[in-house]
Write a protein that binds this ligand. Structure first.
Ligand code: GH3
Ligand code: MG
Length: 549
């Protein structure tokens, strides 16, 4: 097996890249300073040479460390500077402007590389990054905003340390890295995005940075992204949205790894892509014979297919056409990988069912980001079709479909299966007293609690307005009642702060299980009746379905 040593190599490479990324801002700064004096003070040959050498160095090293965009920007700048290295060259205004904008491109590319590295090179689940999976640092100048965040995160099981200024958090980061850093943009000691950019990248590597800001303009959002922000939330803060983001980064609600099918007749190349993608946390599978691709599509169920254009058995375009004949595969993105530079041929391939074209040779970091962004988009689209937009839970139709699937599975394997119906108590009065948006917040927080407290294999759906369904495979009735009661208790303690005052909500729940009741409709009806009895008995309780009749 060569795998461990390859992984070890990747790990070391990652370490080197991180180290390089730390030095890069200083390199770029000295380059900018040197260029400024060349332009503004005196145009002289030795100074030009030193600028040229700096740029040449960045172009070379960026390529080595797989930073394609930095290396490209540096090469463009290098080419411009090379023009000036001939004797009797006199720069004019246009030349200065061109170099100036090229320098800016390089600065931007290096900032982006740093931001990407925070996310891709050091994924949140990388070992030894975050030492406390529950701890969150909050940097916020506004006392009111901070106290709401601190209190609410507490109810969802996070330990929070609050800092008033960015200055204070730097020391804390040196001592222990939290799972997330929630910070304002408008801080007492400066602009949050700028302060973060100036920080050692190592201090926040693996830490999810969430910006909260009262500004919602593009420039501020862009600056936050470049500084390495993983999320951007606007004030007034929706705590449920914040918890949603934190849960994702804390691994409480781990996103399933992206699955990529790689179809390429060259096993060497295909395995290189696979390793590159797996290093970024994806799961890859290689198929070297395109005639076997269909079987693997069915069995591996990928999020995306990377496909070589020219293979001996059939072309990528032909294969894509065949794949698209199956309705189940219609929404899987197909990305062609090829050395083909001819635009017409590329377009022809795309019209046959491909979604995109990446040109070989492709830089590893570019491959990762190109694949990741396409999978994200494809997943987002799918979730719009099957999921409820307020909570991200399965919608009514999809919940029922899942229950059907799980029930057949339970019957086949002779395992128990529990179904819980949950309905928020006196929800109408929450809406009436505090307004519909506050009601929405309550719905979202219940959805988050259900997902947090139940197992990964359990399925949660939004069955109706303020009604939820939980499907618990391999769970007998009593065990399901016990878990649901724990969720009920936790939910009743979540505090909602509103301008009209603070309040708590509760829910009632009815549970029914297979094999006590068999059949989809029977189960649902029995869970519903148990819920009805819980309401009648005074609400804020969990009831189980009676004996079978
Ligand atoms: P009970 O304890 O008997 O369940 O009383 P309830 O007030 O919760 O029940 P009722 O069915 O009378 O009212 C449910 C309310 O939920 C009515 C509806 O406007 C509101 N609702 C449904 N969907 C949403 C939603 O997405 N957002 C908000 N804010 N309210 C919703
Ligand atoms: Mg209700």
């Amino acid at each position: 097996m060569t795998e461990p040593s390859a992984m070890e190599l990747q790990r070391r490479l990652r370490g080197l890249q991180e180290e390089y990324l730390q030095q890069l801002p200083a390199k770029i700064r000295s380059l900018v300073v040197a260029w400024s004096s060349l332009k503004d003070q005196q145009w002289e040959r030795p100074l030009l040479e030193s600028v040229y050498r700096l740029v040449h160095g960045v172009a070379g090293s960026a390529t080595t460390f797989g930073l394609a965009q930095v290396s490209e920007a540096a090469k463009e700048l290098e080419a411009l500077l090379a023009l000036a290295r001939v004797d009797d060259f006199t720069p004019d205004q246009q030349y200065f402007e061109d170099v100036q904008s090229s320098v800016l491109k390089l600065v931007n590319a290096s900032q982006r590389a740093r931001a990407t590295a925070l996310k891709v090179v050091a994924p949140p689940d990388a070992p030894a990054v975050s030492e406390s999976a529950n701890e969150v640092y909050v940097v916020e100048g506004d006392d009111h905003v901070a106290s709401v965040v601190v209190a609410q995160l507490g109810y969802f099981g996070y330990e929070v340390r609050r800092f008033e200024r960015f200055g204070g958090v730097e020391q804390a980061l040196r001592e222990r890295r939290p799972v997330a850093l929630v910070m304002g943009i408008e801080l007492p000691d400066g602009n949050g995005a700028e302060l973060l950019t100036a920080l050692d990248v190592g201090l926040v590597s693996g830490v999810a940075v969430v910006f909260i800001s009262s500004r919602d303009d593009f420039a501020t959002r862009l600056a936050a992204v470049r500084a390495g922000g993983a999320a951007y939330l606007t004030k007034p803060l929706d705590v449920a949205a914040l918890i949603d983001v934190l849960d994702r980064f804390a691994g409480r609600k781990p996103e399933e790894a992206y699955r990529i099918l790689i179809v390429d007749d060259s096993a060497t190349l295909a395995n290189f892509y696979k390793l590159t993608l797996e290093q970024a946390g994806m799961v890859g599978r290689v198929v070297t014979n395109p005639l076997e691709a269909l079987a693997h599509l069915q069995e591996f169920n990928p999020d995306l297919v990377l496909m070589d254009m020219y293979m001996p058995e059939c072309t990528g375009a032909e294969l894509a056409t065949v794949v698209r004949q199956f309705t189940v595969f219609l929404s899987i993105p197909i990305v062609f990988l090829s050395a083909e530079k001819n635009l017409e041929r590329q377009q022809e391939a795309m019209s046959l069912g491909g979604d995109d074209f990446l040109t070989k040779p492709i830089q590893p970091d570019y491959l990762v980001s190109a694949v990741a962004s396409r999978v994200q988009r494809a997943r987002a689209l799918r979730s719009i079709m099957y999921r409820d937009s307020l909570t991200g839970l399965l919608n009514h139709t999809e919940s029922k479909k899942q229950l059907d699937i799980q029930l057949s599975r339970a019957i086949r394997s002779q395992m128990p299966l529990a179904v819980a119906m949950v309905d928020i108590d006196h929800f109408k009065s929450v809406n009436d007293t505090y307004g519909h948006p506050v009601g929405d917040r309550v719905i979202r927080s219940l959805s988050l609690l259900l997902q947090q407290r139940l197992r990964k294999s359990d399925i949660v759906g939004r069955y109706g307005g303020e009604e939820f369904i939980a499907i618990l495979p391999d769970t007998p009735l009593e065990a399901a009642v016990k878990v649901m009661d724990e969720v009920r208790e936790a939910f009743s303690k979540v505090e909602y702060q509103t301008p009209q005052g603070t309040f708590y909500a509760s829910f009632s729940c009815g549970v029914a299980a297979y094999p006590d009741f068999a059949g989809l409709d029977r189960l649902l009806e029995q869970a519903d009746q148990a819920l009805y009895r819980a309401k009648k008995a005074g609400r804020n309780r969990v009831n189980s379905a009676g004996e079978p009749v």
